[in-house]
Design a protein around this ligand. Structure first.
Ligand SMILES: *Cc1c(COP(=O)(O)O)cnc(C)c1O
Length: 388
């Protein structure tokens, strides 16, 4: 049994062959620095490629090209949005102490940025999220203070896949003159994402979550004056983010964005069917199985279940041995034996969190993969329960 059934696409995805092909020339042939472009200079090809990628990304998220700033990934985009806005607010003394509103179940890129801001004297409110895994906009409204500068709520959660009412939350923020950021790393290229419809000021995305390369992502920035640069340097990205462009990475991100847009509608339908089949079959074959978070308002590629009486660590190990790769918490928690902060934030107790499993599908997931998973996992659960 050498087949690997990879059901951990929420952690990362394989690079698409077409993406890799498009990146290749930019390592050795078109290696020039895009900032050295001048008419028919070697920098031209690199510059053109970077700007083409920017257009493709903009087309995927419904923005203009000028509003897209390339970053080293989703983590940097999140850090930048939070710290860049709060720093501007404090340095320009718009408020004495800026206040940030976010949620307990955010990715650590947001949560740990928020904690870092608190250490610097900023105020942060972490709203709670109920069992549905969906933030209540009224909780955001209640969290607002006169000095609130930014609201940051993720578009879909990376562990339970639940989709948040971002447009509604953005409206609440804007009514108070507050800026709105969303971490859309789990939704871009998976469900329709339109920055105008969401009415956000900032949006983070990452290439490796939709079959692009690792180490490249973007921050959508509606108004370049609304935040400070995060990387001071040579004035790249319109002075917003210094550092020589990661040309092959950016080209890869652009190609992945183009493919993501072309495939979105078809993949949305296909993965919804596959995910629902996975859920139904596992529910039919495993007693005392429950879903974590709302099943309706959820990205199609995510299933998160808890299996009563099971510890997810031995289960994941047994699955691994059977060739199935999945996750307990998020990849960033992988070393911790602690329960997932996302699951505890939505009201799971430690035991429930430790009995939970995230199965995440992607472009390379096949019908056969799902058939194999529903054939194998129930037997492993039965075995582990008999050992307990
Ligand atoms: C993966 C992920 C990130 C981090 O993106 P990187 O490109 O790996 O830094 C941030 N937020 C969410 C929701 C994610 O799933």
């Amino acid at each position: 049994m050498n087949r690997i059934v990879y059901l951990d696409h929420a952690a990362t995805t394989p690079v698409d062959m077409a993406v890799l092909d498009e990146m290749k020339p930019y390592f050795m042939q078109q290696f020039a620095n895009p900032m050295t472009f001048a008419h028919s200079s070697p920098g031209d090809a690199a510059h053109v490629a970077v700007e083409e990628a920017r257009k493709r990304v903009a087309s995927l998220i419904g923005s203009s090209a000028e509003e897209v700033a390339f970053t080293s990934g989703g983590t940097e985009a999140d850090n930048w949005a939070l710290k860049g806005v709060m720093e501007r607010v404090s340095r320009e003394r718009l408020h004495r102490n800026g206040h940030l509103v976010t949620a307990e179940f955010e990715h650590h890129a947001v949560l740990h940025s928020a904690v870092a801001l608190q250490r610097q004297g900023y105020e942060v409110t972490y709203v709670k999220v109920g069992r549905s895994g969906i933030v209540d906009p009224d909780d955001i409204r209640r969290a607002m203070r006169p000095n609130t500068a930014l609201v940051s709520i993720m578009h879909a959660n990376n562990e339970i896949g639940t989709i948040q009412p971002i447009a509604e939350i953005a409206r609440i923020a804007h009514e108070k003159g507050v800026l709105m950021h969303t971490d859309a790393v789990q939704t871009v290229a998976h469900i329709p994402v339109d920055v105008r419809a969401l009415d956000v000021d900032f949006l983070s995305a990452s290439a490796h979550k939709f079959n692009g390369p690792k180490g490249v992502g973007l921050l959508y920035v509606r108004d370049h004056n609304s935040l400070y640069p995060f990387m001071d340097g040579g004035g790249q990205e319109g002075g917003l983010r210094g550092s020589t462009h990661n040309v092959p990475g950016i080209v890869g991100l652009g190609k992945a964005a183009q493919l993501g847009k072309e495939r979105l509608a078809g993949e949305f339908k296909r993965l919804t069917v596959l995910r629902n089949r996975l859920h139904e079959k596992l529910t039919a074959r495993i007693e005392r199985l429950a879903a974590n978070g709302d099943m309706e308002c959820r990205v199609p590629q995510n299933l998160n279940i808890r299996i009563d009486g099971i510890d997810n660590e031995p289960l994941l190990m047994a699955m691994n041995e059977a060739g199935i790769v999945a996750a307990g918490g998020s990849a960033c928690n992988a070393q911790e034996t602690l329960a997932s902060h996302v699951l505890t934030s939505i009201g799971c107790d430690l035991k429930e969190a430790k009995s939970s499993l995230r199965l995440s599908l992607g472009y390379t997931t096949t019908d056969r993969d799902i058939d194999y998973a529903v054939d194998v996992i129930p037997g492993l659960v039965k075995f582990l329960r008999s050992m307990a």
